[in-house]
Design a protein around this ligand. Structure first.
Ligand SMILES: Nc1nc2c(ncn2[C@@H]2O[C@@H]3COP(=O)(O)O[C@H]3[C@H]2O)c(=O)[nH]1
Ligand SMILES: [Zn+2]
Length: 515
């Protein structure tokens, strides 16, 4: 082979060097010994191009050079000269992922796969090290008794609250693409899923004081797995663990990285549903299949939420509004995405059920998820108010309304949590609200008043929501399950007091400023 590029050249190992050469490099490529001649003032780009030509590799290929001892050496004009019996080895490692990959012939593909494999093997120890340390930290968290404080037991201890900015890059971790981040979460989840979650954590998971902010995504996936396991769904419905894990992971992937309606919200709603099931002892009152419907509806109820509500969808005439004829476009979409995930055999936790059971679950989930449209709040609460005094757990219609109410309560239950857990959620919600109203203003669409940053404040938003939505709903459910008074009603009353005080103080401040 003989190639000449400006100041540098490449020729077969047996040929004589040219007169002006500053440096001669011997190397093998595909097992064949080659020789490159560098001029003293050649550039790094020239050197790389020369080796690319030698390897017959395109501009998007990544090259690696190894010394005789197998050490990777930098391909640059400073590459040390060598001799024909201490040659380097040149390899095409992989294509640059950012480039357009050209179709390769099949035999080259084989070669490339081999190189990619060796690349993966080369990187494995790092990945394993990171996973190991993550597993260790999760283990420590599970074994630690300190979680009694970070799980929110000390609601009013006046300690400085943590900031919950979930959009910042985590320290010490390079920024990953969405796909890479999901794969990291998946590997971490699968690695952790075999760990024994302690009794203490399992018990806390059954209460509304559980603090979601202490757990990252992979850990939440493990905890969701615990919920399905501890309600005996795996044995009752013949769900294979791997299928459950695939399902949970797909659910995680289908929540968007938006301020409020994200995977953390999905986790909180599911965890509250789980807590309510235990607190009200629903296991002894409803069939296991109804519990599966409720928990899975909570899990799927906001899948692929775009961060803009139904009013926006309808006013902006989005694809979703067109598809669902303005009838609960978001909730219809969440539900369709859920069954899209379940349609994949490897994710189908319902695959071992009879067609009767499947039909029952599908019907139940559709009703529960569609019931989360707040436009239907009064309709559903009114129905429950009528049946509550004569509630009968063997009556199908009664059960159906109760299941919808349970999903609805879980969906809007942030204020039933300790203040340190609830308040950051309000910040996230307002961030999403303001984002919508800003867009509405920009596009000249009607501006949703309770989302308008010029009209609402944290206290005004909460006092109204608690008085007119939360208390009437939670009071009605508490009539059926009096034990919920302490668990969800009292914290919500305290939150109302807190925000009423805040509202009063801010009004007083405004009036003194004006005076
Ligand atoms: N103001 C206020 N609204 C809430 C709170 N929690 C839930 N919501 C609203 O209740 C709605 C329930 O359905 P969505 O998820 O569409 O959107 C939710 C919010 O608009 C809260 O703590 N405060
Ligand atoms: Zn929700």
């Amino acid at each position: 082979m003989s190639v000449s590029r400006g100041l540098i050249s490449l020729c077969g190992a047996g040929q004589e060097p040219r007169g002006m050469t500053a440096k001669i490099i011997y190397f093998t490529v595909n097992g064949k010994l080659e020789r490159a001649e560098f001029e003293a003032d050649c550039s790094a780009a020239d050197v790389k191009e020369l080796f690319r030509a030698a390897a017959e590799a395109g501009p998007h290929h990544i090259l690696k050079m190894y010394s005789t001892s197998g050490r990777v050496v930098n391909i640059s004009p400073r590459l040390e000269a060598n001799s024909a019996d201490s040659y380097y080895r040149l390899e095409v490692v992989a294509s640059d992922v950012h480039s357009i990959v050209m179709p390769l012939e099949l035999d080259k593909m084989d070669d490339r796969l081999h190189h990619l494999e060796s690349e993966v093997i080369e990187r494995t120890p790092d990945i394993i090290c990171e996973l190991k340390s993550q597993v260790e930290s999760f283990k420590r968290k599970l074994e630690s008794v300190e979680h009694l404080s970070w799980m929110g037991l000390f609601k009013d201890d006046g300690e400085q609250q943590q900031q919950h900015c979930r959009f910042s890059t985590k320290p010490n971790r390079p920024q990953l693409s969405v796909q890479e981040e999901r794969q990291r979460v998946r590997m971490k989840f699968l690695n952790m899923s075999s760990l024994q979650v302690t009794e203490e954590v399992r018990e806390h998971l059954k209460t509304p004081i559980f603090d979601n902010w202490q757990w990252e995504e992979a850990e939440m996936l493990v905890l969701l797995q615990v919920m399905y396991t501890d309600l005996d769904f795996l044995t009752a419905f013949h769900i294979e663990l791997e299928v459950l894990q695939n399902f949970l992971f797909e659910v995680y992937c289908h929540y968007n990285n938006i301020p409020f309606h994200n995977f953390q919200h999905c986790f909180c709603v599911t965890q509250m549903m789980y807590g309510l099931i235990w607190l009200t002892d629903l296991r002894s009152k409803l069939g296991r299949i109804d519990l599966l419907i409720m928990l899975t509806s909570a899990l799927c109820h906001d899948l692929d939420h775009p961060g803009y509500n139904n009013v926006y969808q309808i006013n902006a005439q989005t694809d979703l509004a067109l598809r669902y004829n303005d009838i609960s476009p978001l909730e219809n979409h969440h539900c369709a995405v859920a069954f899209g995930i379940l349609a994949k055999p490897e994710c189908n936790i319902l695959k071992n059920l009879t067609s009767e059971q499947y039909k029952h679950i599908r019907g139940g989930m559709i009703k529960c998820i569609l019931a989360t449209d707040m436009a239907r709040h009064n309709e559903i609460l009114s129905k429950f108010k009528v049946i509550q005094p004569v509630f009968n757990f063997t009556n199908r219609d009664h059960k159906e309304v109760l299941m919808k109410i349970m999903v609805k309560v879980s969906d809007i239950s942030n204020e039933a949590r300790p203040m340190a857990v609830a308040e950051p959620w309000l910040d996230c919600l307002l961030q999403e609200f303001f984002n919508q109203s800003d867009t509405e203003k920009l596009k000249g669409l009607p501006v949703t008043p309770f989302m308008d940053r010029d009209k609402v404040s944290k206290p005004s938003s909460q006092t109204n929501f608690i008085q007119f939505v939360l208390l009437p709903l939670f009071t009605e459910l508490t009539k059926l399950f009096p034990c919920l008074e302490q668990h969800i009603l009292e914290p919500v009353r305290r939150a109302l007091e807190y925000y009423s005080d805040m509202e009063r103080a801010s009004k007083e401040e405004q009036s003194t400023t004006k005076a």
